[in-house]
Structure formats: C-alpha cells, structure tokens
Design a protein around this ligand. Structure first.
Ligand code: GTP
Ligand code: MG
Ligand code: ZN
Length: 302
C-alpha cells in the first residue's frame, strides 16, 4: 500500500497525489467515498487507477451541519481564511458562524476584507469588522483584483508553510485570490474536473492547490455557501467559542449559566455597560448573534 494526499473528491472518486507529486484517480473501497480534501490515505494501485484502502486519522475536520445534512469542507487544516468584501455586503451572522466552526475544531481563523479600492463600502465594512480585530482576530485588508506584489506578499506572510482553507460568500474574491497566488489554477481546475467528472467541465466543489514548487504551502478553494449550520455544536459550548464573550463567563454566578436570562450573569453585565468595544466589552450585535445561535442550537433535533 502507498500513502497519498486527497486533492479533490467527488462522487465515488477522488484524486490522490503521491509523495512524488503524481496524481491518480482512485475509487472508494466500499460503497461510499469517505474521503475529503486534505485527507491522508493508504491506497493500492489497480492498473492506471487506484483504490483507497483507508483514511488516516484526521487532525481536524472543518464542516458545517445544516438542518438535514453535513457538509465537510476539508481535513487536516492549519488555518481558515474567511474572505469577505466591501461588496457584496457581508453577513455578520455568516462570518460569526464560520469563525465559531473554526474555533470548535481548533483551526486558526484569519479574516480577509477584500475590495479596498471601493472606498465608501470598504470603510463601512471595516467599521463593522472593528470588533473582530478587537477580540483578537487577524484582519487583512486586500485589493485582490489587479493586485501586484503588495497583497501577494501580505498573504504569503500569513500562508507560508501552512495549509489554508479559503472560505467565503459568493463574489468575495476567493477565485481571484487563488489565481493571484496560483497562476496555473484555472488550467488545474479544468484537469481535475475532467478527471473526476468523466470529461464534463463542471466545477469540482473543493480543490487543493500548491502555491510553491516545494509543496509546503497549500490553498484549498471552496464554493461559496448560503447556509452555515452549526447543529453539531452544543449550545452550552457557544460562549466559549466566541472570544469576546468567553472572558466574561467566569464572572457568572451559576456554573451552568446560559447568559440568556440568569441573574448575576457576567456576560449580560458587560453587554449592558456603555462601552461595547472588545476586548473589554461586547458589541450588541455580537450578543444578538449569540442569542440567535443559542436558540437555534437548543431546538430539538429530528
Ligand atoms: N473592485 C474589486 N473587485 C474585485 C476585487 N477582487 C475581486 N473582484 C471582483 O469580484 C468578483 C467576484 O470575484 P471572484 O473571485 O469570482 O469571487 P468568488 O469568491 O470566487 O465567488 P464564487 O466563485 O461565486 O464563490 C469578480 O468580478 C472580481 O473581478 C477587488 O479587489 N476589487
Ligand atoms: Mg469562485
Ligand atoms: Zn452568564
């Protein structure tokens, strides 16, 4: 058996890259293809193709759990780059959900705010992001379209030597970012979807790209999402996954405080004070997000 890295996965097939960089179409051993991009697998050659015998244990798995289905993005990540833009206006709720999902899997998140050339909407978006910088998230300001060296250097400073999933709503500039750092990306995407979809030129959902020839720095492109369910999380975990709420939890009188209605709640005490900026405060919008998610995750599961 040989070892390999899953660089794309679709239907019953996946594309496995060997240690020497050769890519090979592999089939799942059983009925279901359990692999996700980023998986390390053991596989066995069968002619020109291969069979995945097993998936090695994962360091982490970044996924969302919607009402009825689980959608895995990728495994064995060092970080997630959540890319949003001045336009289209980003949803703070979607941003918060992606950051919480990353925290839950101990994957370091970075926020990229793109389209700084659109001065007015960019200023608005920056202001909405200020609390996130205040609570400790790294926020990169970018103008990816037509960008020359500066943005590439800034990105590489944060991406070098790591495996990064690029995530974000449609139109934020994910493909623009990939194309900036991986000039041959479009050709590669074509080859991969051809291999996996038996010739059809449809987009493969999630794809691994090497940024450097030494194959140390990797980017994973993912399709834009509408929904970002967190049904895999316990509502009581939630405050611990929100860096602005977390430090105030020890001040709650009850160890099992939900921060929804209890007296002597450290979180609600901070929300009602007049200076909401983190790290010492909590923005009203963030507490609203907490309440909405807490109620959503407290619904009975069917
Ligand atoms: N003004 C401006 N437009 C940009 C910038 N970066 C990307 N765009 C444009 O924004 C649009 C969307 O960019 P994409 O890279 O396709 O976005 P995406 O995130 O891949 O979107 P999906 O594939 O739909 O998920 C394109 O028309 C880009 O040219 C930027 O820095 N400034
Ligand atoms: Mg795209
Ligand atoms: Zn509390």
């Amino acid at each position: 058996m040989q070892t390999g890295l899953v660089v794309a996965s679709h239907g019953r097939h996946c594309l496995v890259e060997t240690a020497d960089g050769v890519r090979r179409l592999c089939h799942a051993r059983g009925k279901k293809n359990e692999t996700v991009v980023g998986d390390r697998v053991r596989w066995r050659p069968t002619g020109d193709e291969g069979v995945v015998e097993r998936v090695e244990p994962r360091r982490n798995l970044f996924y969302r759990q919607d009402e009825i289905r689980t959608k895995s993005f990728a495994a064995n990540l060092d970080q997630v780059l959540v890319l949003i833009a001045a336009e289209p206006e980003f949803s703070e709720m979607q941003l918060a959900r992606a950051l919480i999902a990353a925290e839950a899997e101990h994957i370091a998140p970075i926020v990229g705010l793109n389209k700084s050339d659109l001065a007015e909407p960019f200023a608005r978006a920056s202001a909405r992001l200020a609390p996130y910088a205040g609570m400790g998230y790294r926020v990169l300001r970018l103008a990816l379209r037509g960008s020359a060296g500066a943005d590439r250097d800034l990105l590489m400073e944060h991406l070098r030597g790591k495996t990064t999933l690029v995530l974000g709503p449609s139109g934020a500039g994910k493909s623009t970012l990939i194309n900036l750092l991986v000039p041959q990306a479009q050709a590669l995407t074509g080859e991969i979807s051809q291999a996996l979809n038996s010739g059809k030129h449809t987009t493969t959902a999630t794809t691994w790209y090497w940024v450097d020839e030494a194959r140390q720095t990797a980017l994973i492109d993912s399709p834009g999402f509408q929904e970002f369910g967190l049904h895999h999380l316990d509502p009581m975990q939630l405050a611990g996954l929100m860096p602005d709420l977390k430090p105030h939890v020890p001040a709650c009188k009850f160890y099992n405080c939900t921060h929804m209605h209890e007296p002597a709640c450290g979180v609600r005490a901070v929300v009602s004070q007049s200076t909401p900026a983190p790290p010492s405060g909590i923005e009203p919008s963030r507490y609203r997000i907490y309440r909405t998610l807490f109620e959503e995750l407290s619904q009975p599961r069917y």
